[in-house]
Design a binder for this molecule. Structure first.
Ligand code: NAD
Ligand code: TYD
Length: 357
């Protein structure tokens, strides 16, 4: 049976990678991307596929119900991978409103539109709605705590995490109440190509290339579990195609690294791989700045369920993935250079000035 897949947020980091992955892995599926092209959305990420007629791009907002109704009907959508979101914790601290509007209200609007579309087709059992979420909904771990899993209680601590937690609850409630075939995934920190340079890894690489300071929050001992984005895409593919509706799947890389160690690894890779650097060794650029308010100490994921039930395993080690990522940013200046606009520069300056104060 032909799948007609809608990917929301497809001009963003993870969904952009998912679009490329899906187009290559499932050449017979119809692909539609809906994206509002916020500061984080970049059409260039998927432009080659649009130009080749491989996907339909719709510029629009997940809060626009008439647009959703039209799009779902016109493209006869059978599957949704919902990734559109406001995704940056620091921005959620200075401006939480957009996070509620998109992550909570937008998810509600999309669930309602898909429910109406699904019911109007007599509720086909094989349709799917995958709601993509984060491990940040579970809160923060101490060093000796066991990793998060599907039974961990929600304890979101940032406005971003709270908005994603609310959207996860909505997605599950729509499955439970209306029988909508919804699946939820909660993943740890992703990295790789097409990552907007406000997040730690691309920010570090680009600052090194430009000879700018690398801001490390607090003492750099906070720990994140890093997963190469292509591995996340393969996990999402498994969940969407073979997961059981009503289930949640935790996805992680089993790669816990303290921020300072990660930044040092990136500095060493850049010293090795970048032909010209304004300042070398790059570690000289590291600056400890004031901490993020409410900074979660540690995230870690127990991914046994998806490994045992769906046979998914991460394939890329952190050493391989970081090297690939550095090589990608070195080879794709034309992708990231245009993002360093006045607006971006003033946002980064404000962030940095506030943290040095
Ligand atoms: P991103 O910020 O790179 O991309 C988000 C995309 O959504 C952008 O293209 C943006 O234009 C679009 N968008 C934002 N608001 C919209 C709206 N109202 N309507 C339509 N489009 C809109 O995000 P990302 O890091 O790729 O994250 C994607 C999803 O994965 C999010 O739901 C996020 O919570 C989740 N997630 C991210 C990570 C991570 O490490 N980045 C980890 C786990 C889960
Ligand atoms: P980030 O990439 O923003 O992802 P998240 O907050 O979703 O985990 O941050 C990753 C870690 O790096 C987090 O502990 C905060 C820290 N960090 C810095 O130390 N410096 C920075 O400039 C940024 C953006 C993040």
């Amino acid at each position: 049976m032909t799948r007609h897949l809608l990917i929301t947020g497809g001009a963003g980091f993870i969904a952009g990678n998912l679009v490329h992955h899906w187009a290559a892995a499932h050449p017979n599926d119809t692909l539609v991307v809906l994206d509002a092209l916020t500061y984080a959305g970049n059409r260039a990420t998927i432009e080659p596929l649009i130009a080749a007629g491989r996907l339909s791009f719709v510029h629009g907002n997940i809060n626009d119900r008439p647009l959703l109704d039209r799009l779902l009907a016109e493209h006869a959508i059978t599957h949704v991978a919902h990734l559109a979101a406001e995704s940056h914790v620091d921005r959620s601290i200075t401006g939480p409103g957009a996070f509620l509007a998109t992550n909570v209200n937008g998810t509600f609007t999309l669930l309602e539109a898909f429910r109406a579309h699904w019911q109007s087709a007599d509720s086909p059992g094989h349709w799917r709605f995958l709601h993509v979420s984060t491990d940040e909904v579970f809160g923060s771990l101490e060093p000796s705590d066991p990793p998060f899993n599907e039974t961990t209680a929600y304890s979101p601590r940032s406005p971003y995490a709270a908005s994603k937690a609310a959207s996860d609850h909505l997605a599950r409630a729509w499955q439970h109440t209306y029988g909508l075939p919804v699946l939820v995934s909660n993943c740890s920190n992703n990295y790789g190509p097409y990552h907007f340079p406000e997040k730690l890894i691309p920010l570090t690489l680009i600052n090194i290339l430009l000879g700018r300071s690398i801001p490390v929050y607090g003492d750099g001992s906070n720990v994140r579990d890093w997963l190469y984005v292509e591995d996340h895409c393969r996990a999402l593919e498994s969940v969407l195609l073979r997961g059981e509706p009503g289930r949640t799947y935790c996805i992680g890389g089993c790669n816990e690294v303290a921020n300072l160690d990660l930044v040092r690894l990136l500095c060493a890779l850049m010293d090795e791989l970048a032909p010209e650097l304004p300042i070398r060794p790059s570690e000289e650029l590291i600056r400890f700045v004031s901490d993020r308010p409410g900074h979660d100490r540690r995230y870690a994921i127990d991914a046994s369920l998806i490994q045992n039930e769906l046979g998914w395993q991460p394939q890329v080690t952190v050493e391989q993935g970081l090297r690939r990522t550095v090589e990608w940013y070195l080879a794709h200046r034309s992708w990231w250079q245009p993002l360093l606009s006045d607006q971006y520069a003033s946002y980064m300056e404000q962030q940095y000035a506030a943290r040095l104060a």
